[in-house]
Design a protein around this ligand. Structure first.
Ligand code: FES
Length: 98
């Protein structure tokens, strides 16, 4: 049985990724060619991968591997947030590769 697919959109790029349920927003971004800053490598401690939630909500938030970075309301860490179908996010520090 395959994992359910989730469609995630990254604004302002208008880029969508389809990834299996359980993937993180950071993994979805990488799959779709969106480079989100991630200095700590996904430990949840640097805060660089922060994304604003525009629509939907993450399916789950994984625990940080250290002291979790603090974020304003409405934002999550892409490396810890698991995708949900229809999620739309706007990364704070990101570029789109060609
Ligand atoms: S990559 Fe550092 S907090 Fe997500």
């Amino acid at each position: 049985m395959s994992a359910r697919a989730c469609r995630v959109r990254f604004e302002p790029f208008g880029v969508e990724a389809v990834v299996p349920a359980g993937a993180t927003v950071l993994e979805a971004a990488r799959k779709s060619g969106i480079a989100i800053a991630a200095q700590c490598g996904g430990r949840g401690t640097c805060g660089q991968c922060a994304v604003r939630i525009l629509e939907g909500a993450p399916a789950a938030i994984r625990p940080a591997l250290g002291r979790a970075a603090a974020l304003p309301k409405g934002m999550v860490l892409a490396c810890l947030a698991e995708v949900s179908d229809g999620l739309v996010v706007k990364p704070v520090n990101a570029t789109r590769s060609a």
